[in-house]
Design a protein. Structure first.
Length: 106
């Protein structure tokens, strides 16, 4: 089970650059460890992070091995209109986690 922490301002002035911060806890597995019987534990990593601002993708990140088990991301975008910020983490074994926040542009 994954859990995410997201920091996005509630209100931003139109045209202003604002920061989005996100951290997700995910049960990552490298694929190199073995279980008690000596069988390899299947790889289970996050493979993509994407941010949509009012339906439009404004940031995406493809993740590979070597990324922290609980990756932190921080990036900026420009406030154009009030709407929804949607953050989506995708991973192996059918994993997907979505967080949504409303932002008001004044």
């Amino acid at each position: 089970m994954a859990s995410a922490r997201v920091i996005i301002p509630d209100k931003v002035r139109k045209g202003e650059t604002f920061e989005i911060k996100a951290l997700i806890g995910h049960p990552m597995e490298t694929g190199f460890r073995k279980d008690a019987t000596g069988d390899a534990i299947a790889r289970n990593i996050l493979t993509r992070f994407a941010c949509r601002y009012d339906g439009e993708e404004v940031f995406a990140w493809d993740l590979f091995t070597g990324v922290a088990a609980n990756p932190f991301i921080s990036f900026t975008t420009v406030a154009t209109r009030s709407g929804e910020i949607e953050l989506t983490w995708t991973g192996m074994q059918g994993f997907q986690h979505v967080e949504r926040r409303k932002i008001t542009v004044v």
